[in-house]
Design a protein around this ligand. Sequence first.
Ligand code: DHB
Ligand code: FE
Length: 280
Amino acid sequence: MARIVGGLTSSHIPAIGNAIAKELFEDPYWKPFFDGYPPVRDWLAKVKPDIAVVIYNDHGLNFFLDKQPTFAIGAAPEYHNQDEGWGIPTIAPFKGAPEFSWHLINSIINDEFDLVTCQEMNVDHGFTMPMKLFWPDYADRDIKTVPLVINTVQHPLPSPKRCYNLGKALGKAIESYPQDLNVVIIGTGGLSHQLDGERAGFINKAFDQICMERIVDDPEYFLDMSIHDLVRQAGAQGAEFIMWLAMRGALGGTVKQIHSNYHIPISNTAAGLLCLENGP
Ligand code: DHB
Ligand code: FE
């Protein structure tokens, strides 16, 4: 049977791609951010995931204001980067796992989460940046991926509780897959940030610290928050924390924290990194 080895969180801002391309790993601005990743790569080398389920928010690439699914999932043989902003860099496509995706789709929809199923899907920085950070040489490896998208573009957004419960359905779906595969779940985005409006530049370190700590041992702490409570505390784009909750929902009740890193600011964002090994 497939096994969930653990969960990861990572910031996903596009500026990371630029910093990687320019190899700014020792640059004083970037070093405290990049230094968080080698211990996670060591853990990945140990647990050897076959598949990464990447839970992220599409930033207007596949879905815009005209059509906005609350939840969508990829079932494509591969996923191409089509991000804009820094130009479209030519990076290798990411391998899909269509058969595994369809198993997840059947199980999750049977559990009453009505996913939009995408047999063609492009990916943006929400997906590509964490993949490049965790597997800089992903193109030469056999790591397969499943993109799982949650709406943070157009309100109404799903509640923290709904996303956590989606994660539970995802966990159940993975663990019922008959093949022996190791699966890691990645929740991307966050932590606190707001890119526009009166609170542009907003960062809430006190709330970020609650997120970093409670998500490990007490994720249910967040389940009574409305999405508006979350926006108030974390900023309009800090609502990306719902990806972290979906990731955590897929893991077991008890997890072991292998590594964490928190650094502010990276671009406009509080960057939070977590590596959680799944409990029994
Ligand atoms: C930034 C943050 C994001 O979440 C994003 O999607 C794009 C950019 C930023 O802080 O630069
Ligand atoms: Fe984002």
